[in-house]
Design a protein around this ligand. Structure first.
Ligand code: FES
Length: 145
């Protein structure tokens, strides 16, 4: 009888512990499901497609060069009124590319370079191009489409 009641107590303890964990996980998930603020949701990091967000202004992108938008992780390049944009994450080992000059996007980590118009690898060690980010120019804004 003693043994049985001890087991019952033990089992009861386990049930309580599991219930506690489940409640904790649920509380965490329900918190994470809510956007922290409208600003955080609108900003969204990374080059996700179809956001329609304004990345920068045409005037902020040097003609014949480009600009690395660090928070958005996008590199925008420009030749006259033609603008291109790519993921700023180097396809070699994931560093963020550092600069645009002489038609090339350069990664500071191991020296990879990418064509500023196509994103193609111009110099290794990277072997894959920078993924293109679709953009259009609307007025003075460079907008991700
Ligand atoms: S991470 Fe860019 S060259 Fe290595």
């Amino acid at each position: 009888v003693n043994d049985l009641s001890r087991r019952s107590v033990l089992r009861g303890g386990v049930v309580v512990a599991v219930g506690g964990v489940a409640g904790f996980v649920f509380a965490r998930n329900s918190g994470a499901a809510k956007p922290k603020s409208p600003t955080a949701a609108a900003n969204g990091y990374g080059p996700a497609a179809g956001t329609g967000r304004s990345l920068t202004t045409l005037g902020a992108v040097p003609d014949g060069g480009g600009v690395v938008l660090r928070d958005a992780d996008v590199v925008v390049t420009r030749s006259g009124s033609t603008v291109h944009a790519f993921s700023a994450t180097c396809t070699h080992e994931g560093c963020q590319v550092g600069s645009v000059a002489n038609g090339l996007i350069s990664c500071p980590c191991h020296g990879s370079q990418f064509d500023a118009t196509t994103g193609a690898v111009a110099r290794g060690p990277a072997t894959r191009p920078l993924p293109e980010v679709a953009v259009t120019v609307q007025g003075q804004s460079v907008v991700q489409t």
